[in-house]
Design a protein. Structure first.
Lengths: 288, 409, 385
């Protein structure tokens, strides 16, 4: 019984981790049709921001929840103004430029911080479920993923900002004609996407630690999840994460971690063959 | 053609034989007052954490040699290459070091893959090679000296120590490549020798960061202790997630690879982890204290592993060989090194074994404590028994391969 | 004059290629020859992507899959066969077959654009993951251990056909690699000059129009994709003979590297990616020799490469070849003596196509909105066709 509970928790945790690492990328892709290949390094930067702040005496929660998203969000806006702005509509070129950015960020962080920055331990202690123990922080991350999805949905659905965002997604030219400044919307969107990545990077730092090359562990999975999810930012990401995360965990438990990974990737390939526009390209098209 | 040219240069030390190619003669004549050696270590990319400290200790060893007047009356010039954690560059730089710079020796290689990429090249170009990393064992080639420890030297001591202390039921989680696979077999063998049982062995590719499912699987298996030969930056996540689940207070853990991780993880995460290496920073000798002090302050390296210390030993061992041979001729140096040369340094006394070209070294069991390792016990003069079981260069001097050691369990 | 330029260009390439082919082994030092062998095998890889991306508009993010497959096929077959000739043939055939399967899967599913990129990327990642975990003994294929992360270090070197044991010397391997590079280069040129090649380029320009003219565009895309796979396999074979095979051949950085070469050299040209490849190789090679002083002053190669890539995408999006061609054209146009007639706009040889490789290179628009109105919710691009 408690084994079933712990298995369920593990699946939730795997799904949540996919949601978390994909969300920033999804926002930017869904709104702007820009694939940010420096996404993994945005996460990495969030981790460094949180840890640097913490090591300088900032409270851990402040460092993870405020400092990390703020730093990376501002960085994102700068990147948008300097690089992305010139490349709108050129999907491949933005991918290449952001990939260059990702290499440069890895190099820069290595030069500045070196490669032996010590991490922080996960707070909150551990939970006992029957005969099993698990990190309370893991459960906390599942909650964060859920909160981010719900909050994102609420913002898009109920606020003026959300209205503008949805309008831009559906018909950008019309939104511009109605007086929305496109360049502002894009800068803000990119900033928000980056801030989300920063937040997640900060939150993951206690579990994964920080090294300059950690981004590579995330980017492929995030990229695949977002594309499988399709155009709808939230539901697409959530459904794709749910599907891929479950497959991954089930195969990992039944066989090996490698097989879990391979099953995840194979599932994404088959999914895209059946639904070339991602899940929300066919189903739930009206969702957010 | 290139081989011939090189041989000419080394035998006719004055370089007169190479008169056919004008510009080279001039350069080689000028190169006479220095003796070039090369280091190939990844100082960027995923392995830079090890590469940088190895370059630092190598530089220290060379400057010490030079401070004492150099070798054969010449200053030693160190040429460093950074293969950027990319095997392809190992090939290119090894060729360049051997044929363009005509170095007396190459030290380098971190992964076994990088070693196997350059070992045949350096043999073909008749350039002596030192590999200073702990690895899975089995390399049998007269042109290479391996100064790092191998599993038989370390795992045997560790298993009997931790099983006496913690219990008989072992769960192994290992990195999924040659080192991990072979070390897992040694763990199984020595667990059985000590009357215990390995309940499960899981392998993880080097880029796995999510250990959640495994931590739950371990709990279901209820072992007495964990053996974790995990490798690389991604695998550090295991120790974090293990501690986050509170498991580090429940099931003790030992590792053959937990080295630099001690700087990156926090004391709550690593305190109590037992390790075994041919070198630990906590070794309590005056030589080692001075050595650690220099590397920390002068080179700004926060922590050293066995790799760095053995690189230092390796360079000095090579220098001893050159002194004894009174030449940098490759075969003369090899013969000198095979005469049981010894270097006593920060890692204790290390002796090159003529039969295997591996290092006979002191092995230390340590415990991680507040970002340092405390030495718990020292086992002096451990021979490379695993490689010795398959390799005898005295008998078969022309052997040239890495044997897969068959571990009987 | 304008018709003469491409011919002159071809002659120049041929002369430079032959000069390298015969000059290097005679005069250069060994390390130069070894480096040049690696460059040549990578340049073949660059050509494989230059062909399918630059001329067929298929952006393959996983070209490394075919590269790695070629290398591994060769290593495994050569260890088992003893004689390497058959292994070399297999190293080209198997990646081509794999490309055929993958291409059939994708093109008959009407997958295009970034989705195609994701699938190819994912497939190369699957191969990478798979090969990376083959360290155990259960993964031996015949005599050959796959070796996992460590790869197959004992990859046999090519022998003279029919004479196993007589291995080619490094100079011979170089001659072979350089010769193959020249052959593949002119082979691609010839292929593109055929009717088939013209249809492929037309598909890149406007697939729907070509389809309406009665061509089954999927077949043409599949065919060129298979050629690209075979060429990449060939490059993997040469790489196996100059370095050795390891899972990194399948890795994301390798796939990405190929894209960088093509972008820097010039998309829609063949010589550009070759030059881009060699320049980047020389650069990264040089970066690795910079850090002589430990402890401080590290130049990080990643930083340099990243900045170069960004600068090219932003400022030189057409690549070095187009830049050079623009410069040449400017000089020709401003020559002091009078010319007969004006250079017709439509005939600029290879360079012209660089600016016409599809929407992603059309750089000048007014509003960001016009450029990417997202697909309407009901009909995704091509998915319902």
């Amino acid at each position: 019984m408690d084994y079933a509970a712990i298995l369920a928790l593990q699946i939730c945790s795997a799904v949540a981790s996919l949601v978390l690492i994909s969300l920033g990328l999804a926002v930017i892709f869904g709104m702007m049709r820009v694939i940010n290949l420096a996404h993994g390094e945005f996460l990495m930067l969030g981790g460094y921001a949180a840890i640097t702040a913490y090591n300088n005496g900032v409270n851990l929660w402040l460092a993870m929840l405020i400092v990390a998203p703020l730093t990376v969000g501002l960085f994102g806006i700068v990147v948008e103004r300097l690089i992305i702005r010139h490349l709108y509509g050129r999907l491949i070129d933005t991918m290449l430029a952001t990939w260059g950015l990702s290499l440069a960020m890895i190099g820069f962080v290595t030069v500045v911080f070196g490669n032996t920055v010590s991490g922080i331990s996960a707070p909150l202690g551990s939970l006992t479920i029957g005969a099993y123990r698990t990190g309370a922080y893991e459960v906390f991350l599942v909650l964060v993923a859920a909160v981010l999805l719900v909050a994102g949905w609420a913002v898009l659905r109920f606020t003026r900002l959300g209205l503008i965002a949805r309008g831009t997604m559906q018909n950008a030219a019309m939104a511009a004609a109605l007086g929305v400044s496109p360049s502002l919307v894009y800068a803000v969107t990119f900033g928000v996407g980056a801030a989300l990545s920063g937040l997640v990077g900060g939150l993951l730092a206690p579990l994964s630690g920080v090294v300059p090359t950690i981004g590579a562990a995330y980017i492929a999975k995030a990229f695949i999840t977002v594309i499988s999810g399709g155009a709808a930012i939230l539901s697409g990401t959530a459904i794709a994460s749910g599907l891929l995360g479950t497959i991954n965990t089930a195969m990992t438990f039944a066989f090996t971690p490698v097989l879990g990974e391979v099953a995840l990737l194979a599932a994404a390939v088959i999914l895209l063959r059946i639904l070339p526009q991602g899940i929300t390209g066919r189903f739930f098209q009206r969702s957010l | 053609m290139p081989i011939r040219r090189r041989r000419l240069l080394t035998s006719a030390a004055a370089g007169l034989g190479a008169a056919s190619v004008g510009p080279f003669v001039i350069r080689d004549l000028r190169a006479q007052d220095v003796l070039k050696i090369a280091g190939i270590h990844d100082t960027s990319g995923g392995l830079d954490i090890y590469g940088k400290q190895m370059v630092a200790t190598m530089d220290l060893a060379v400057s010490e040699i030079n401070a004492k007047g150099g070798l054969l009356g010449k200053q030693v010039k160190l040429i460093n290459y950074d293969p950027q954690s990319n095997i392809q560059f190992y090939t290119q730089y090894a060729t360049e070091a051997a044929t363009k710079e005509k170095v007396a020796v190459v030290h380098g290689g971190i992964t076994s893959a990088s070693r196997e990429a350059i070992r045949p090249l350096l043999k073909r170009f008749n350039t002596l090679y030192f590999y200073n990393t702990l690895y899975e064992g089995g390399v049998c080639d007269r042109n290479i000296f391996c100064t790092g420890s191998t599993p038989a030297q370390t795992v045997e001591k560790l298993m009997s120590y931790v099983m006496k202390k913690w219990g008989k039921k072992v769960y192994t989680i290992a990195a999924d490549y040659n080192y991990g696979q072979i070390t897992a077999k040694w763990i199984k063998k020595y667990t059985q020798d000590n009357g215990g049982e390995v309940v499960a062995t899981d392998f993880f590719p080097l880029d796995v960061t999510d250990f959640g499912p495994t931590i739950k699987k371990i709990q279901a298996a209820k072992p007495d202790l964990i053996l974790a030969p995990l490798v690389g930056a991604a695998h550090i996540s295991f120790y974090r997630q293990w501690a986050a689940a509170g498991m580090n207070k429940q099931i003790p853990l030992a590792s053959t690879t937990f080295g630099n991780e001690v700087v990156i993880t926090s004391p709550e995460e690593h305190n109590g982890i037992h390790v075994v290496f041919g070198y630990l920073e906590g070794i309590n000798t005056p030589e080692n204290k001075a050595f650690v002090e220099t590397i920390h302050t002068k080179y700004n390296i926060p922590h050293m592993t066995e790799l760095a210390a053995m690189t230092y030993h390796g360079v000095h061992l090579w220098a001893e060989g050159v002194r004894k041979a009174n030449s940098i001729d490759r075969m003369k140096v090899i013969e000198a090194l095979e005469s049981g040369l010894t270097f006593a340094g920060p890692a204790g006394k290390t002796t090159l074994d003529a039969k295997t070209h591996h290092n006979i070294l002191d092995v230390y069991i340590g415990e991680a404590k507040d970002k340092k390792f405390v030495v718990l016990e020292k086992f002096p003069v451990q021979t490379p028994a695993d490689t010795a079981a398959v390799c005898d260069l005295k008998k078969n001097p022309n052997d040239n391969k890495q044997y897969v050691i068959d571990v009987k369990t | 004059m304008s018709r003469l330029l491409p011919v002159l260009g071809n002659i120049a390439v041929l002369v430079a290629g032959l000069a390298a082919l015969f000059g290097l082994p005679a005069f250069a030092e060994t390390y130069v020859i070894i480096n040049a062998t690696i460059f040549a095998s990578f340049a073949i890889l660059a050509l494989s992507l230059a062909l399918i991306w630059g001329y067929a508009g298929i952006l393959c993010f996983g070209q490394a899959a075919f590269f790695g497959l070629g290398g591994y096929t060769y290593a495994v077959a050569a260890i088992n066969f003893g004689d390497t000739t058959g292994a070399a043939a297999l190293a080209v055939a198997l990646p081509a077959l794999f490309a055929a399967l993958l291409g059939y899967f994708m093109f008959w599913g009407r997958i295009s654009d970034v989705y195609l990129g994701v699938i190819t990327l994912t497939v190369s990642l699957i191969l990478y993951r798979f090969v990376n975990q083959t360290a155990g003994e259960q993964w031996n294929i015949g005599e050959a251990p796959l070796g996992g992360f460590n790869g197959i270090p004992s990859t046999p070197i090519l022998n003279w056909p029919g004479r196993p044991g007589e291995q080619l010397a490094p100079e011979n391997i170089f001659s072979l690699a350089a010769g193959l590079l020249i052959l593949v280069y002119f082979g691609c040129k010839a292929l593109l000059a055929t009717r088939f090649g013209r249809v492929v380029v037309a598909i890149r320009e406007n697939e729907a129009r070509v389809a309406l003219l009665g061509y089954d565009t999927r077949r043409y895309k599949l065919a060129i994709f298979v050629v690209g796979g075979a060429v990449a396999g060939l490059s993997g074979l040469m790489f196996a003979n100059s370095v050795f095979v390891s899972p990194t051949m399948f890795s994301l950085p390798v796939s990405g590297q190929i894209i960088i070469w093509v972008i820097i050299g010039g998309l829609g040209t063949l010589i550009g990616p070759v030059i881009g490849c060699i320049l980047m190789q020389v650069l990264t090679n040089w970066l690795g020799t910079l850090n002589q002083v430990p402890g401080f002053g590290w130049v990080d190669p990643n930083l340099v490469l990243g900045v170069i890539l960004m600068v090219f995408v932003l400022l030189v999006p057409k690549g070095l070849m187009a830049l050079a061609a623009d410069a040449v054209r400017w000089v020709v146009r401003n020559l002091p003596f009078p010319r007969r007639g004006k250079v017709p706009e439509g005939r600029k040889g290879d360079v012209r196509s660089a600016s016409a490789t599809g929407s992603h290179l059309e750089s000048v628009h007014t509003s960001p909105f016009r450029r990417f109105a997202p697909p309407s919710p009901s009909g995704g691009r091509k998915s319902s066709a």
